[in-house]
Design a protein around this ligand. Structure first.
Ligand code: ZN
Length: 150
């Protein structure tokens, strides 16, 4: 378990320092901004959706290692998925990081599993879910920034 945990921590640090899909997305057709006032994390997410599926996703912003790593891993996990699949993925992800609700094991979280340790740090749960709340706002077409508080 400790080896696995170290591997997970290394992946979080790596994605936090070298986020994937970071920067503006040309031809984006969905976007949203999110803010986690408890930590100061800010994210701007841009998506390209085609035929009901997320073709591309990129993000910008400043935040702690957890929020940056979570956004980085999320953008990797989104590509090719429909909005419905993305919601199911978030339900499963949220159950993992909050420890609330039942994990169904579906859909598989893949690399997102590395953030499971967040469950032991309740103050960081919002860092890990900020990108996802921002994603849902982008898919809903909301233009006002979302906040993890209220
Ligand atoms: Zn944070």
């Amino acid at each position: 378990m400790s080896e696995l945990r170290e591997l997970y921590q290394e992946m979080i640090i790596d994605h936090g320092r070298h986020p994937r899909n970071f920067g503006p997305l040309a031809d984006a057709d969905h976007h949203a901004e999110g803010f986690n006032p408890l930590c100061g994390d800010r994210i701007k997410l841009q998506l390209k959706v085609r035929d009901g599926r997320i073709e591309d996703a990129r993000f910008e912003g400043v935040g702690c290692a957890i929020s940056t790593a979570s956004a980085s891993l999320m953008t990797e996990a989104l590509k090719g998925r429909s909005e419905e699949e993305v919601r199911a993925l978030f339900d499963e992800f949220r159950a993992m990081v909050t420890g609330e609700g039942e994990r169904r094991g579906e859909p598989p979280l893949g690399k997102l599993e590395v953030l499971g340790g967040v469950q032991e740090f309740p103050s960081r749960v919002k860092c890990a879910t900020l990108a996802w709340h921002t994603l849902l706002a982008a898919l809903r077409g909301e233009s006002s920034p979302v906040s993890t508080e209220g």
